[in-house]
Write a protein that binds this ligand. Structure first.
Ligand code: F6P
Length: 544
């Protein structure tokens, strides 16, 4: 390992810089016309996912150099360090073992001298038994009624994964159960969520790794008050209507939830990597333990692939390195993720936290400021909706926006011609982005000269296409693990730590300082800057 973790210290970096300068003028039209087999060759397949990365502004030489960079950053060794429980989250002195959450029963993953796999499966079994009781109606509320509504209270990783998975697996879920998600400290979220629910039929899952998060604890209290109001303040009702998912048994007890109704996880699971831990309890209740197990298998096969496949055939490495290519060498600031499946409508939102909370870093693990772009902004919407909204900018704007398209061979709702129409759009978009339409082609269509420039599609806009058979629980697990490992591969190459999130702390601390200033009856003495002082005073006046 060199003393510097800066990616610029790797010999392949300057080779890539020179190569990028040569590649920038190259057009995908030419790359394809000069290389007839590129469309078949620049593909990879694993774990039920087919990846076409041929429509990237990259050649075999680009890929070779990118893999060289990954090799020089010690990616293989870092992967092994993660899987074997080394404390690679150095700023929090923690192992990073979301992969242990899907380790097979009976396998061994050691953390501080303890095999954690039996602990993982003990929780999974407890979740399954509980989920079965809720789903079958054996778990009764305070008045003896069965549960019809499940409210997940959590935020960040304790919300985005569960919401995304619930939407993604809707077709596999028990339609007799209504799943509701409350995350925002804005009371509107809880008020709207609760307004049509019968307390006697409602179960709350309070999900918080720390059990101290302002939003979650405030919402949990509000929901508890709502429940107690319905049951004449009978505190014994809480045990039948509240369970907790947390690493913090102390705080769970303090809140008044029986720790018998607590589902644990561990500090080696990061919040944004926790949807397959007990944080996925809502997923398991909705889709059932069998679907959850299948989803874990999907995660697991991608883990094995990431750990064992050579870099050139490794899906997360290929995609991770291509995103490094665009972010660090082409100045691309974003990646659009465009799933052509309505069930994946929350997948981009989920990825926002996974990618940006992980790789939104400006110093290396050693604390050195980086001199290149790191984590891009991940964003997106399901297709075809996005086509009628923001694709204009991707096709004809001035920004370079690499896109990940995700499509499926079979629809879960095979009605009429919908699916072929949907998939035709996926293929058409990647084709249009790559090859565009030249002025000559536009003119040939008889377009008046004044409009030619407007109707030209420059093309040369890169995309990946991921194709899977259909969106099953297993494929969902595979897709999530794919992006988890893309993030890791990027982080290793950039030399940054992907598993802490110090950037969220300052705002939390300042908000806690400001809350009493907003609430105090007497005019508070304010010690902020003149702008913050001014808006606080203005707010106090306006709300009065
Ligand atoms: O806002 C930062 C964060 O710590 C996320 O990383 C995390 O997913 C979220 O808050 C929620 O934290 P918790 O599960 O502890 O309530």
């Amino acid at each position: 390992m060199p003393t510097s973790l800066l990616a610029t210290s790797r010999p392949a970096w300057s080779l890539l810089q020179a190569h990028a300068a040569a590649m920038k003028p190259a057009h995908l039209r030419d790359l394809f016309s000069k290389d007839g087999s590129r469309g078949e060759r620049m593909t990879a397949e694993a774990c039920g996912l087919f990846l076409d990365y041929s429509k990237n502004r990259a050649t075999d030489e680009t890929m070779r150099l990118l893999f060289e960079l990954a090799g020089q950053a010690g990616l293989k060794g870092r992967i092994e360090a993660m899987f074997t429980g080394e404390k690679i989250n150095v700023t929090e002195n923690r192992a990073v073992l979301h992969t242990a959450l899907r380790a097979p029963r009976g396998s061994t993953v050691m953390v501080d001298g303890r095999n954690v796999v039996p602990d993982v499966w003990e929780v999974l079994d407890k979740m399954a038994a509980f989920a079965d009781r809720v789903r079958s109606g054996a778990w009764k509320g305070h008045t003896g009624k069965r549960i019809r509504n499940v409210v997940n209270i959590g935020i960040g990783g304790s919300d985005l994964g569960p919401v995304m998975a619930y939407e993604a697996l809707r077709s596999f879920s028990d339609r007799g159960l209504r799943m509701v998600f409350v995350s925002n400290v804005d009371a509107t979220d809880a008020a709207e969520a609760l307004r049509d629910l019968d307390p006697a039929e409602t179960l709350f899952l309070v999900c918080s790794k720390t059990f101290t998060t302002l939003e979650t604890m405030t919402n949990a209290q509000t929901c508890r008050d709502w429940l107690l109001r319905a049951f004449n303040n009978d505190a014994s009702s809480v045990a039948k209507h509240f369970v907790a998912v947390s690493t913090n048994a102390e705080k769970v007890k303090e809140f008044g939830i029986d720790t018998a109704n607590m589902f644990g996880f561990w500090d080696w699971v990061g919040g944004r990597y926790s949807m397959d831990s007990a944080i996925g309890l809502s997923t398991m209740i909705a889709a059932g333990p069998a679907a959850f197990t299948e989803m874990l298998e999907g995660f697991r096969v991608m883990d094995e692939h990431f750990r064992t496949a050579p870099l050139e055939k490794n899906l997360p490495v290929i995609m991770g390195m291509l995103s490094v290519w665009y972010a660090s060498f082409f100045g691309a600031e974003t990646v659009a993720v465009l799933p052509y499946d309505q069930y994946l409508k929350r997948f981009p939102a989920y990825l926002q936290q996974l990618t940006m909370e992980s790789n939104g870093k400006r110093v290396t693990l050693g604390g050195e400021p980086v001199t290149y772009q790191t984590g891009p902004v991940y964003w997106g919407e399901p297709g075809t909706n996005g086509q009628h909204s923001f694709y204009q900018l991707i096709h004809q704007g001035t920004k370079l926006i690499p896109c990940d398209f995700i499509g499926f061979a079979r629809s879960l709702n095979p009605i009429g011609r919908h699916h072929d129409m949907l998939m035709a759009n996926v293929f058409a978009q990647t084709e249009a982005l790559a090859f565009g339409k030249t002025p000559e082609e536009v003119r040939k269509e008889g377009v008046p000269e004044a409009l030619v420039a407007h109707k030209v599609f420059e093309g040369n806009r890169p995309s990946n296409l991921i194709l899977a058979e259909r969106l099953s629980p297993r494929v969902l697990g595979t897709l999530v693990a794919l992006y988890e490992h893309i993030v890791f591969a990027q982080g290793v190459v950039w030399g940054i730590g992907s598993f802490d999130q110090w950037g969220v702390e300052l705002g939390k601390v300042l908000a806690n300082r400001i809350i009493p200033e907003l609430e105090s009856k007497a005019e508070p003495a304010l010690g902020h800057d003149s702008s913050t002082n001014n808006v606080i005073r203005r707010y106090r006046k306006m709300k009065a």
